[in-house]
Design a protein around this ligand. Structure first.
Ligand code: ADP
Ligand code: MG
Length: 240
Protein backbone atom coordinates (compact mmCIF):
# COMPACT_ATOMS: atom_id res chain seq x y z
CA UNK A 1 0.00 0.00 0.00
CA UNK A 2 2.78 2.42 0.98
CA UNK A 3 6.46 2.17 0.14
CA UNK A 4 8.91 4.64 1.63
CA UNK A 5 12.35 4.46 0.05
CA UNK A 6 15.48 6.10 1.43
CA UNK A 7 13.51 9.14 2.50
CA UNK A 8 15.41 12.20 3.65
CA UNK A 9 13.95 15.44 4.91
CA UNK A 10 15.81 18.50 6.09
CA UNK A 11 14.58 21.82 7.39
CA UNK A 12 17.47 24.14 6.53
CA UNK A 13 20.56 22.64 8.17
CA UNK A 14 18.51 20.31 10.35
CA UNK A 15 18.27 16.81 8.92
CA UNK A 16 15.10 15.38 10.45
CA UNK A 17 14.68 12.17 8.44
CA UNK A 18 17.93 10.39 7.67
CA UNK A 19 17.04 7.69 5.21
CA UNK A 20 13.77 5.98 6.09
CA UNK A 21 12.81 2.71 4.39
CA UNK A 22 9.52 1.07 5.20
CA UNK A 23 6.63 -0.74 3.59
CA UNK A 24 3.08 -0.86 4.78
CA UNK A 25 0.94 -3.67 3.44
CA UNK A 26 -2.75 -3.42 2.70
CA UNK A 27 -4.82 -3.96 5.85
CA UNK A 28 -1.82 -3.59 8.13
CA UNK A 29 -1.90 -1.49 11.29
CA UNK A 30 1.50 -0.03 12.08
CA UNK A 31 2.24 1.95 15.22
CA UNK A 32 5.04 4.45 14.86
CA UNK A 33 6.62 5.18 18.21
CA UNK A 34 9.69 6.97 19.49
CA UNK A 35 10.90 9.92 21.54
CA UNK A 36 9.64 13.43 20.91
CA UNK A 37 11.56 15.07 18.07
CA UNK A 38 12.53 11.81 16.39
CA UNK A 39 10.72 12.71 13.17
CA UNK A 40 7.47 10.74 13.46
CA UNK A 41 5.17 13.62 12.51
CA UNK A 42 7.49 14.66 9.71
CA UNK A 43 7.39 11.13 8.29
CA UNK A 44 3.57 11.08 8.37
CA UNK A 45 3.43 14.53 6.79
CA UNK A 46 5.81 13.38 4.04
CA UNK A 47 3.63 10.33 3.36
CA UNK A 48 0.68 12.51 2.42
CA UNK A 49 2.89 15.23 0.95
CA UNK A 50 2.05 17.91 3.49
CA UNK A 51 5.87 18.14 3.51
CA UNK A 52 8.05 17.72 0.45
CA UNK A 53 10.84 15.24 1.06
CA UNK A 54 14.37 16.40 0.35
CA UNK A 55 15.16 13.11 -1.40
CA UNK A 56 13.96 9.54 -1.66
CA UNK A 57 10.61 8.28 -2.81
CA UNK A 58 7.14 7.44 -1.49
CA UNK A 59 4.70 5.28 -3.39
CA UNK A 60 1.02 4.69 -2.79
CA UNK A 61 -0.17 1.49 -4.44
CA UNK A 62 3.00 1.43 -6.51
CA UNK A 63 2.64 4.98 -7.79
CA UNK A 64 4.97 7.84 -6.90
CA UNK A 65 3.45 11.29 -6.62
CA UNK A 66 6.60 13.15 -5.67
CA UNK A 67 7.54 14.50 -9.05
CA UNK A 68 3.91 15.26 -9.86
CA UNK A 69 2.87 18.21 -7.70
CA UNK A 70 -0.42 18.53 -9.56
CA UNK A 71 -1.40 15.05 -8.45
CA UNK A 72 -0.60 15.69 -4.79
CA UNK A 73 -4.26 16.54 -4.28
CA UNK A 74 -5.26 13.10 -5.59
CA UNK A 75 -2.84 11.46 -3.17
CA UNK A 76 -4.11 13.51 -0.23
CA UNK A 77 -7.69 12.58 -1.00
CA UNK A 78 -6.72 8.91 -0.75
CA UNK A 79 -4.77 9.23 2.48
CA UNK A 80 -6.86 10.31 5.47
CA UNK A 81 -5.15 12.16 8.28
CA UNK A 82 -6.19 12.69 11.88
CA UNK A 83 -4.23 15.20 13.96
CA UNK A 84 -3.70 15.70 17.65
CA UNK A 85 -5.76 18.89 17.57
CA UNK A 86 -8.83 17.81 15.56
CA UNK A 87 -8.79 20.92 13.33
CA UNK A 88 -12.57 20.87 12.92
CA UNK A 89 -14.25 23.88 11.35
CA UNK A 90 -15.85 25.63 14.36
CA UNK A 91 -18.61 27.31 12.34
CA UNK A 92 -19.84 24.00 10.85
CA UNK A 93 -21.90 21.31 12.58
CA UNK A 94 -20.49 17.82 13.04
CA UNK A 95 -22.33 16.62 9.95
CA UNK A 96 -21.23 19.64 7.90
CA UNK A 97 -17.63 19.00 8.93
CA UNK A 98 -17.98 15.45 7.65
CA UNK A 99 -19.72 16.31 4.36
CA UNK A 100 -17.67 19.35 3.35
CA UNK A 101 -14.83 17.57 1.55
CA UNK A 102 -16.96 14.94 -0.22
CA UNK A 103 -19.32 17.68 -1.44
CA UNK A 104 -16.39 19.60 -2.90
CA UNK A 105 -14.04 16.88 -4.05
CA UNK A 106 -16.18 13.81 -4.71
CA UNK A 107 -18.99 15.86 -6.29
CA UNK A 108 -21.65 14.07 -4.27
CA UNK A 109 -25.14 15.57 -4.10
CA UNK A 110 -26.06 17.18 -0.78
CA UNK A 111 -28.51 14.35 0.00
CA UNK A 112 -25.99 11.64 -0.82
CA UNK A 113 -23.26 13.35 1.21
CA UNK A 114 -25.60 13.68 4.20
CA UNK A 115 -26.74 10.06 4.06
CA UNK A 116 -23.12 8.88 3.96
CA UNK A 117 -22.04 11.45 6.53
CA UNK A 118 -24.72 10.27 8.96
CA UNK A 119 -23.61 6.67 8.47
CA UNK A 120 -20.06 7.70 9.35
CA UNK A 121 -21.19 9.61 12.42
CA UNK A 122 -23.11 6.51 13.44
CA UNK A 123 -19.97 4.43 12.91
CA UNK A 124 -18.10 6.63 15.40
CA UNK A 125 -21.07 6.64 17.80
CA UNK A 126 -22.14 10.23 17.20
CA UNK A 127 -25.30 10.06 15.09
CA UNK A 128 -27.11 12.06 17.77
CA UNK A 129 -24.58 14.92 17.49
CA UNK A 130 -24.98 15.54 13.75
CA UNK A 131 -26.33 19.09 14.26
CA UNK A 132 -24.00 19.98 17.10
CA UNK A 133 -21.18 22.49 16.65
CA UNK A 134 -17.64 21.49 17.72
CA UNK A 135 -17.70 24.01 20.57
CA UNK A 136 -20.38 21.92 22.28
CA UNK A 137 -18.57 18.60 21.86
CA UNK A 138 -16.08 17.01 24.25
CA UNK A 139 -12.52 16.44 23.06
CA UNK A 140 -13.20 12.76 22.50
CA UNK A 141 -16.32 13.55 20.48
CA UNK A 142 -14.42 16.12 18.40
CA UNK A 143 -11.75 13.59 17.62
CA UNK A 144 -14.37 11.02 16.60
CA UNK A 145 -15.92 13.61 14.25
CA UNK A 146 -12.44 14.23 12.84
CA UNK A 147 -12.08 10.49 12.18
CA UNK A 148 -15.50 10.39 10.47
CA UNK A 149 -14.50 13.41 8.41
CA UNK A 150 -11.31 11.72 7.23
CA UNK A 151 -13.23 8.53 6.39
CA UNK A 152 -15.73 10.50 4.30
CA UNK A 153 -13.17 10.76 1.52
CA UNK A 154 -13.03 6.95 1.36
CA UNK A 155 -9.28 6.86 1.95
CA UNK A 156 -7.08 3.87 1.20
CA UNK A 157 -4.95 4.58 4.24
CA UNK A 158 -5.51 6.44 7.49
CA UNK A 159 -2.66 8.29 9.21
CA UNK A 160 -3.08 9.24 12.86
CA UNK A 161 -0.67 11.67 14.54
CA UNK A 162 -1.05 11.27 18.31
CA UNK A 163 -4.84 11.31 18.09
CA UNK A 164 -5.34 10.95 21.83
CA UNK A 165 -2.45 13.03 23.20
CA UNK A 166 -4.53 16.19 23.65
CA UNK A 167 -7.49 14.42 25.27
CA UNK A 168 -8.57 14.14 28.87
CA UNK A 169 -7.72 10.65 30.12
CA UNK A 170 -11.38 9.69 30.58
CA UNK A 171 -12.17 10.07 26.85
CA UNK A 172 -9.03 8.46 25.40
CA UNK A 173 -10.68 5.04 25.47
CA UNK A 174 -13.66 6.00 23.29
CA UNK A 175 -11.33 7.28 20.54
CA UNK A 176 -9.08 4.22 20.74
CA UNK A 177 -12.19 2.02 20.52
CA UNK A 178 -13.23 3.70 17.26
CA UNK A 179 -9.71 3.23 15.89
CA UNK A 180 -9.68 -0.39 16.96
CA UNK A 181 -12.95 -1.07 15.16
CA UNK A 182 -11.56 0.59 12.05
CA UNK A 183 -8.51 -1.66 12.25
CA UNK A 184 -10.68 -4.76 12.65
CA UNK A 185 -12.68 -3.66 9.59
CA UNK A 186 -9.44 -3.93 7.61
CA UNK A 187 -8.35 -0.31 7.23
CA UNK A 188 -4.66 0.22 6.53
CA UNK A 189 -3.45 2.47 9.34
CA UNK A 190 -0.26 4.20 10.46
CA UNK A 191 -0.64 5.45 14.02
CA UNK A 192 1.84 7.66 15.87
CA UNK A 193 0.96 7.09 19.49
CA UNK A 194 2.15 6.92 23.07
CA UNK A 195 -0.62 4.43 23.85
CA UNK A 196 1.51 1.34 24.31
CA UNK A 197 -1.55 -0.76 25.13
CA UNK A 198 -3.04 0.09 21.76
CA UNK A 199 0.24 -0.73 20.02
CA UNK A 200 0.43 -4.10 21.72
CA UNK A 201 -3.23 -5.00 21.24
CA UNK A 202 -4.21 -3.55 17.88
CA UNK A 203 -1.06 -3.04 15.80
CA UNK A 204 0.36 -5.76 13.61
CA UNK A 205 3.72 -4.12 13.61
CA UNK A 206 5.60 -1.51 15.60
CA UNK A 207 8.19 0.79 14.06
CA UNK A 208 10.48 2.50 16.56
CA UNK A 209 12.17 5.71 15.44
CA UNK A 210 14.88 7.74 17.09
CA UNK A 211 16.95 10.63 15.70
CA UNK A 212 15.39 10.48 12.25
CA UNK A 213 16.00 6.79 11.66
CA UNK A 214 14.14 3.55 12.13
CA UNK A 215 16.05 1.90 14.95
CA UNK A 216 13.99 -1.24 15.28
CA UNK A 217 10.78 -2.72 13.99
CA UNK A 218 8.94 -5.91 14.56
CA UNK A 219 5.73 -7.80 15.10
CA UNK A 220 3.84 -5.77 17.70
CA UNK A 221 3.64 -8.21 20.61
CA UNK A 222 7.18 -9.48 20.08
CA UNK A 223 8.55 -5.95 19.93
CA UNK A 224 6.59 -4.77 22.95
CA UNK A 225 7.57 -7.70 25.14
CA UNK A 226 11.12 -8.29 23.91
CA UNK A 227 12.70 -5.28 22.19
CA UNK A 228 16.21 -6.01 20.90
CA UNK A 229 17.99 -2.64 20.87
CA UNK A 230 19.04 -0.67 23.94
CA UNK A 231 17.26 2.45 22.60
CA UNK A 232 13.96 0.63 22.25
CA UNK A 233 14.33 -1.01 25.66
CA UNK A 234 14.99 2.36 27.30
CA UNK A 235 12.11 4.00 25.44
CA UNK A 236 9.58 1.33 26.39
CA UNK A 237 10.72 1.52 30.01
CA UNK A 238 10.17 5.30 29.94
CA UNK A 239 6.59 4.81 28.74
CA UNK A 240 5.50 2.62 31.64
P1 ADP B 1 8.11 13.92 16.45
O1 ADP B 1 6.76 13.94 15.78
O2 ADP B 1 8.75 12.58 16.46
O3 ADP B 1 8.08 14.53 17.81
P2 ADP B 1 8.78 15.90 14.45
O4 ADP B 1 8.70 15.22 13.13
O5 ADP B 1 7.64 16.77 14.84
O6 ADP B 1 9.10 14.82 15.57
O7 ADP B 1 10.07 16.82 14.50
C1 ADP B 1 11.36 16.34 14.26
C2 ADP B 1 12.33 17.49 14.26
O8 ADP B 1 12.05 18.33 13.15
C3 ADP B 1 12.23 18.38 15.49
O9 ADP B 1 13.54 18.77 15.84
C4 ADP B 1 11.43 19.56 15.00
O10 ADP B 1 11.77 20.72 15.71
C5 ADP B 1 11.86 19.66 13.55
N1 ADP B 1 10.83 20.24 12.68
C6 ADP B 1 9.62 19.69 12.43
N2 ADP B 1 8.92 20.46 11.57
C7 ADP B 1 9.71 21.52 11.27
C8 ADP B 1 9.56 22.67 10.43
N3 ADP B 1 8.46 22.88 9.72
N4 ADP B 1 10.60 23.52 10.38
C9 ADP B 1 11.73 23.32 11.08
N5 ADP B 1 11.93 22.26 11.88
C10 ADP B 1 10.95 21.36 11.98
MG1 MG C 1 4.92 14.53 16.44
Amino acid sequence: MIEVENLHKSFGDLEVLKGIDCRIEEGEVVCLIGPSGSGKSTLLRCINLLETPTSGDIKLEGKSYLSKPKEARELRSRVGMVFQHFNLFPHLTALENVTLAPLKALKLSKEQAEVEGLKLLEQVGLASKASTYPGALSGGQKQRVAIARALAMKPKVMLFDEPTSALDPEVVGEVLAVMKRLALDGMTMVVVTHEMGFAREVANRVVFMADGKIVEEGEARTFMSAPQTERAKAFLKSQL
